[in-house]
Design a protein around this ligand. Structure first.
Ligand SMILES: Cc1cc2ncn([C@H]3O[C@H](COP(=O)(O)O)[C@@H](O)[C@H]3O)c2cc1C
Ligand SMILES: O=C(O)c1cccnc1
Length: 340
C-alpha cells in the first residue's frame, strides 16, 4: 500500500473519474442576467462567453475575479545537456531568483492585474533524467511532482493562471505532444527560446530519440508525462486536476503549459472543460495542439515567453468580463428601450 501522503500515479489517475461537471444552474442564471444587460445581444462577443464560463465553474451567477492566483512551476531537464535550448540550464534557477526578486515579466503582469503570484521551485539541482536514454522520471517522482502541483491549489481564489519555467522544456512538451497526439517530431518542435537551424534539427532528433527510447509513452497519457515530461509539467497537470476537483477555473499559458494539461484531455475529452487557453504561442506546435484540444485561444500577441505571462494577461480579460457582467445595468434599470 502506498503512503497516504504520497499517492501513486494510479491513485492520481483514478481522480480523473471523479471530475465534477460545471454548475449548469449558475450558468443559466448568469445567461438570464446577461440577456437583460444594456447591449445588443451577443455584442460583447467572447467576453460574454467568459462571464458565463466563470459563472458555471465558480457555481455563482455573479462571477468574481477579485482574487486571481498565478502559479509558476520550475524544474530542470536532463535533455538540456543536449543543446536543445538557446540558453544554459542554470537560467532556470536564475530566473526563479528573478521571480522572487520581482524582476521578471510575470511579476509586472501579475502586479498589473492584481494577481497573487506564487513560485514553486522543484528540486532544481536534480534535473529529470535524459529521456533519450529512458524515462525522464521514476513513477514515484512523477507522482510526487503531480501531488505537489495539486497541493498548490487551496481554496480562497477565483481563478488560477498556470505557467512554467524550465530550460529545454519546449523539447519536453514537443515529445509529450508527439506521444499523445501522433504525427511527426517536426510537427511539434519549434525554436523555443530562439535556437538556430542546427538547434532546431537537434530538437527534432532528441524528440525522435525520446520516443524511440520510450515507446510505452504512446500507450498511456500518464506514462507519456512520466517518460517525456518534467517536474514542472507534472505539477501543472496536478494543479489542473486539483482545480477541476475544486471547480476553480484555470487559464493555461502557452505551448508548454497546454501540453502538460493535454495529458488529461487524452484520458477524458471533457477533462479540460474548466480550462481556457490564454493565447496562441509563436511555438508552432501550439496551434496544432489547440486544434487537437478543440480550444480557441483568447489572444494572439506573438508571445513566446512562458512563465505564465500570457495566462496572466488573460486574467485581465476575465476581470473585464466580470466587470461588465456584474456592473452593467439591465434595460429596465437604465430605462433603455429593448429590441423592436
Ligand atoms: C531569460 C529567460 C526567461 C524565461 N522565461 C520563460 N522562459 C521560457 O523558456 C524556456 C523554454 O524554452 P527552451 O525550450 O528553448 O529552453 C522555459 O524556461 C520557458 O518558460 C524563459 C527563458 C529564458 C532564457
Ligand atoms: O509557448 C510556450 O509555452 C513557450 C515558448 C517559448 C519558450 N517558452 C515557452
Amino acid at each position: 500500500m502506498s503512503d497516504a501522503a504520497e499517492p501513486s500515479l494510479e491513485e492520481i489517475r483514478a481522480l480523473v473519474g471523479e471530475f465534477p461537471a460545471a454548475d449548469a444552474e449558475a450558468g443559466e442564471a448568469a445567461a438570464e442576467r446577461q440577456a437583460q444587460l444594456t447591449k445588443p445581444a451577443g455584442s460583447l462577443g467572447r467576453l460574454e462567453e467568459l462571464a458565463l464560463w466563470l459563472a458555471r465553474w465558480q457555481g455563482r451567477p455573479d462571477p468574481s475575479m477579485e482574487r486571481p492566483r498565478v502559479a509558476v512551476f520550475a524544474g530542470n531537464h536532463g535533455i538540456a545537456a543536449r543543446g536543445v535550448s538557446a540558453y544554459p540550464a542554470e537560467v532556470t534557477a536564475q530566473m526563479v531568483a528573478n521571480f522572487i526578486d520581482g524582476g521578471a515579466a510575470v511579476n509586472q503582469l501579475s502586479a498589473w492585474v492584481g494577481a497573487d503570484l506564487r513560485i514553486y521551485e522543484m528540486a532544481l539541482d536534480q534535473p529529470t533524467a535524459d529521456f533519450t536514454q529512458g524515462p525522464a522520471m521514476a513513477d514515484d517522482d512523477c507522482a510526487r511532482a503531480m501531488a505537489y502541483g495539486m497541493m498548490s491549489v487551496e481554496e480562497g481564489f477565483d481563478a488560477m493562471a498556470l505557467g512554467e519555467m524550465g530550460i529545454a522544456n519546449t523539447t519536453s512538451a514537443a515529445a509529450l505532444c508527439l506521444a499523445l497526439f501522433g504525427g511527426e517530431a517536426r510537427d511539434w518542435v519549434g525554436r523555443g527560446t530562439g535556437v538556430d537551424e542546427a538547434g532546431l534539427a537537434r530538437k527534432v532528433e532528441v524528440v525522435e530519440a525520446g520516443l524511440a527510447a520510450n515507446p510505452e509513452a504512446r500507450d498511456e497519457p500518464f506514462e507519456a508525462l512520466r517518460r517525456l515530461g518534467g517536474y514542472e509539467l507534472a505539477a501543472i497537470t496536478g494543479a489542473v486536476m486539483a482545480c477541476r476537483l475544486a471547480r476553480i477555473p484555470v487559464v493555461l499559458d502557452g505551448f508548454t503549459c497546454t501540453a502538460a494539461a493535454a495529458v488529461l484531455h487524452r484520458l477524458d475529452r471533457h477533462a479540460l472543460d474548466h480550462c481556457l487557453v490564454a493565447h496562441r504561442s509563436v511555438e508552432p506546435g501550439h496551434a496544432r495542439l489547440l486544434a487537437a484540444l478543440g480550444k480557441t485561444p483568447l489572444l494572439d500577441l506573438d508571445m513566446r515567453l512562458g512563465e505564465a505571462s500570457g495566462a496572466v494577461l488573460a486574467l485581465g480579460l476575465l476581470q473585464a468580463a466580470c466587470a461588465c457582467h456584474n456592473g452593467m445595468k439591465t434595460f429596465a434599470e437604465a430605462g433603455v428601450s429593448g429590441k423592436d
